[in-house]
Design a binder for this molecule. Structure first.
Ligand SMILES: Nc1ncnc2c1ncn2[C@@H]1O[C@H](COP(=O)(O)OP(=O)(O)O)[C@@H](O)[C@H]1O
Ligand SMILES: [Mg+2]
Length: 255
């Protein structure tokens, strides 16, 4: 459903992603691992279509349509939603108003907020003075209102204390199961997700089908997410860097 084909991306005059390819299947949860600075957030921002990330080559295909050059609002309309790692403060924008707009007036911000224990935040400016956990809950609230079919979650558990992680994990699970409001999707195609996780804690709450490991701006390996996490915990990212080097050598030899 989402196909990333040989993507090379530049930001701030630097090439950050190099010839990166991966797929996220409809109805499946895919997890992305990788050390700090490997380009995970850049990949998600590029898929969502944020300005500042310039695609030098390669394509992003959603349900057979090339969306590489579409603006962010068109991608959102087609059913992509994102939880950012560090969303900005929106001074002068009340959370209630944002949720109303995101839900196109069809959702009840009060009821959604109550369920997420966010009622007291509805009249506050989005993210201004929110704690780490409150920011994540606010992001979930906005995603619930939008109801996307492809969820891009950038480290949903980062900045959240140990006790709140369980509640957040359950909410993310519900979000993946919950209703979606995207037009033009085939009836049977369920929600899909691409989740970046540093710690792997989110895997205790969501069922992930496939995992990718990124190193130095490209995919180094893929496989069963739990097995990958086990390897990373045991050996760090060295094995993946080795695996990528072997692959590069192989490509060089073939060339
Ligand atoms: N706008 C930008 N200008 C210059 N460098 C950037 C920009 N955005 C990201 N980078 C750099 O790209 C690399 C990958 O960043 P990022 O995608 O945030 O990694 P990750 O999410 O895997 O930690 C980092 O070295 C970061 O500093
Ligand atoms: Mg990141």
């Amino acid at each position: 459903m989402l196909e990333i084909e040989n993507l090379t991306v530049e930001a701030g005059g630097r090439e950050i992603l190099h010839d990166l390819s991966l797929n996220v299947m409809s109805g499946y949860t895919t997890v992305l691992f990788g050390p700090n600075g490997s380009g995970k957030s850049t990949l998600l921002m590029t898929i969502m279509g944020f300005s500042g990330f310039k695609v030098k080559s390669g394509r992003i295909i959603l349900n057979g349509e090339d969306i590489t050059d579409l603006p962010v609002n068109e991608r959102a309309k087609r059913g992509i939603g994102m939880m950012m790692q560090r969303p900005p403060n929106l001074i002068g924008v009340r959370l209630k108003d944002l949720v109303q707009v995101t839900g196109k007036g069809k959702v009840d911000p009060v009821a959604l907020a109550e369920d997420l224990n966010m009622s007291a935040f509805l009249d506050r400016d989005v993210n201004v003075g929110f704690s780490g956990g409150e920011i994540k809950r606010s992001e979930i609230l906005q995603l619930e209102a939008q109801g996307p079919c492809l969820l891009l979650l950038d480290e949903p558990e980062s900045g959240v204390d140990l006790v709140s992680i369980e509640k957040l994990g359950v909410k993310v699970h519900e979000l993946l199961q919950g209703p979606s409001h995207c037009a033009g999707w085939r009836q049977r195609s369920g929600k899909a997700a691409l989740i970046i996780t540093h710690t792997g804690q989110i895997l205790d709450y969501v069922e992930a089908d496939r995992g990718y490991v990124m190193c130095n701006g490209t995919v180094a390996c893929s496989g069963n997410p739990r097995e990958l996490l086990g390897e990373i915990r045991k050996m760090g990212y060295n094995e993946c860097i080795r695996c990528k080097m072997n692959r590069s050598n192989l490509i060089r030899e073939i060339a």
